[in-house]
Every structure is written in structure tokens, then in C-alpha cells.
Write a protein of this length. Sequence first.
Length: 360
Amino acid sequence: MTRSQAPLPTITPTRRRRHATVATGFVTGMLSGLQGRELDAAPLLARAGITLAESASRVPVERYAVLYNLCIEALDDEAFGLLPQPMPVGSFEFLCRGMLGAPTLEEALRRGIRFLRLVLPAFRISLRREGARAELVLDDGGSLGAEREAPPRVFAYEWLLRLLHGVASWVVGRGLALDAVDFPYARPAHADDYALVYTEHSRFDADQLVAHLQANLLDLPLRRDEAALAGFLEGAPGKITMLYRRDREMVFRVRDLVRDALPQNLSLEEVAARLHLSPRTLHRRLEEEGSGFRTIKEATRRDIAYARLAKTRQPIARIAAELGYADPSTFYRAFVAWSGMSPERFRNQSRPQPDAAMRR
């Protein structure tokens, strides 16, 4: 890490949204490339069924995904005309193909970064790893202009992080938790949505974009292959905007049932019965929203464990029992898999610490 940072305020949604929608700030940011080329966005908005007449209105994520692809088609540029050099159409497909076949997520990301350096010379992209922590770093090096809060620059960062995070999550078949993200601009008006798209711990006015995550996630094996890619590319790259968000209806319903039943460990069949669905239908619905039952179950228990270790002095054995673990040793192994460290060490490090220099 380039410098120490004091903890900054985190972003939380103003209200729970059961149906995925997009703040208009993401829409106007995406359209700024069209405006820069003096192209009329009205026909594309109409085709996508979107109206921006009311500044407070929100856009269904499905329509946003349609607009995403329409803008790329109109501009012949997968980077929406935001960068000095266009990103050729087809780059998203080759990014995915280049990452498939890697033994681990780390190798897949490094392959993806090498490819993006060719098609996105405006950005310097790197992956850093040190001990239990890792960082994905994006830096335009001034190529996007001196105005840090300009909509094209802000959306370029939003888009590129979403692209990398979404594809990385897809290749391993699970949502990848970002511990925090430092964004290189002032807090935008639509920042509340960052908790839904990236992480609740979104911070601003940094020197470069740095996404923080647990290093053990980089060791995950890839779960997707060429056969899966064929289906994934239908509706892509706009499809990536619909996956791995925090406001997906069925994901929320399953998470709430799992959480409220603790310490009872509900099975997929039990949750499906409470939702009046067949297990197969529930599995399919969760897959359509970019998740899975086991992923939700583990993420729910992980998030509760993190909060209780950081904010309470409850004995670890009690936390394990209240999360439905038969014995503390099972919880201990699960926690090490989540965080790369023991519960005791996590608790001791939960207070803000000066960041050590990270290696590339």
C-alpha cells in the first residue's frame, strides 16, 4: 500500500431494495461518452425503456443491462467512448476466454490484467498480494483528465472495477467479498449504491483505486469452462451488471431465512419448503441471480462472525454455537478458510492498524 490511511466513513444503503435497480448516476455516467461524441442518447434510452425525466427515479437493472449493450453497439467501443483509445468490441469475450483454464483465481486475474493492458492502455492495472491480504489497483495516471469528479472519469473507474470483479466472481462461481474499496474521486451523489454493487466499506478521495480483499480468495479454483462461457456470453457484456449484487430478491429472502433460523442449520430443502418452491427451482433462481445456497449460507455466517468478533467480547465458543457450529474447532477451520487467520487474530486486528507496504 502506498500510504497509511485512517478509517473513513463507510457507505450503507438508505433502504433495503428487494428488486435490483440502478441509480441514475450510473446511467448518466455511461451516457457521458455519447455526449462527448455529440451523439443523441434519447433513441437508446427509448429502446431500453428508460426515462431520466425525474432525477430521483431509479432504473431496473435489466433495462440498464440493455442500455449497456446498446451504448457499446452505437459507439463500437466496449469502454463507452470514455477512454482516449476505444476498447474493441469482442474484448470482453476474449478477456473471459483468456482467464478460463487458469489453475487459480490469482493466475486468471493476472492473465486478465495482461490482456487489459493491451486493450486499455489508459489504465495501469496491478494485483498485489502480501500475507493474508490482497489488493487490486487501478490508476489512470492522469490520462482521463485533471478533473477528478468528471462523470466520464468516475464512470470509467466504476465500470472497470465492476467488470473485473464480476468476471472474477463468475469464473470461481461465487460472489467475491471486497473488504473495502478506495476510490480516486470525491463521494458521488449515487454513492449509497456502492454498498449494493461493490462493498459497504467504500471510501473516497484516494490517490488511486484500491480494492482490498482476502488473499485466500486468490487461491480459489476456477469453476467455469468453455461450455459455461457460451451461456454466459448471451446478453454480455451488459449481463455482468446484473450479477453478484446485494439487492437480489431471492438471495435476500434466502439469506434472511438462514440468518433468522440460527443456530439451526437450514438445508436447501428446508429453505425451499418455506419459500413454497421445489429445491430445483430455488437452485435455479439463485443461480440466475449469480449465487448459490451454500455461498449464501457461508457468507451469512461469515458476516455475523466478523461483526461479533470486531464489535463484541463474546467468547468464540459462544459465537460458534450461535452460528450453528457443532463445536468450536469446526468454526475455527471455517473462519481460517474465510479470512486466512484465526478468530483470535482477527479480533486483535479489528482495530485500525497502520498499513504495511504491499508488494506487487
